[in-house]
Design a protein around this ligand. Structure first.
Ligand code: URA
Length: 203
């Protein structure tokens, strides 16, 4: 993966379990977001999943419940997963670019994402997925390329330096605003499911 924006001073390579990483992240004060939210929304799902989903950051429902994607967008995400015979605790691990809710659900700022990304990168290393789906432009721009456009990049496979297959697609919240995005996301998730099944057959 192209680590475009990344705080290299925050070295988490000695942390070897998700539980330990989660407990350290709970006390994170590396940016201002933690002082305005209820708590860290670390991530959830199957810690050994072959597929990882990465969103933007917690909203109000996620902040209250301490879990990712549990509001309206999350319910839609569960339906999208169900449509390809997947389920969040069995087939995927879900995390966000930032782990604390930005005020008013705004997108995270560059410095906030930079401060938080080391947590996500270590999560990726520990889960060790074969496939990552980037949900929306915040995930795309912070993990791949700051100027990248989701409308241009969605639906096309990218491959990280370590061989992880990466599929950018629209964020489920964008589908709630614009139903014409449903079909492309459906198509993208079918590609993801096919690749997932291929991986499963090979390993
Ligand atoms: N939107 C996100 O990007 N992440 C969540 O966890 C919830 C909504």
């Amino acid at each position: 993966m192209n680590k475009v924006i990344y705080d290299k001073d925050h070295d988490l390579s000695s942390i070897n379990t998700l539980a330990e990483l989660h407990s350290l992240a709970r006390d994170c004060r590396r940016c201002g977001l933690r002082s305005g939210c209820s708590g860290v929304v670390f991530g959830e799902g199957n810690p050994e999943a072959r597929l990882m989903l990465i969103g933007e950051g917690p909203g109000g429902d996620e902040d209250r419940q301490g879990r990712p994607f549990v509001g309206k967008a999350g319910q839609l995400l569960d339906k999208i997963l169900a449509a390809v015979n997947m389920e969040r605790f069995t087939h995927v691990y879900i995390a966000n670019v930032v782990k604390c809710r930005p005020p008013g659900n705004r997108a995270p700022q560059t410095d906030e994402a930079a401060a938080c990304l080391p947590w996500l990168y270590r999560q990726i290393e520990l889960v060790s997925p074969r496939i990552i789906v980037l949900l929306g432009s915040t995930a795309l721009q912070n993990l791949i390329e700051p100027g990248a456009r989701i409308t241009v990049m969605r639906g096309k496979w990218l491959v990280s330096k370590s061989g992880i297959k990466i599929m950018p697609t629209f964020h489920p919240a964008a589908l709630l605003r614009d139903t014409s995005k449903k079909r492309p996301v459906w198509e993208d998730f079918q590609k993801v499911r096919d690749e997932y099944l291929r991986e499963q057959r090979q390993h």
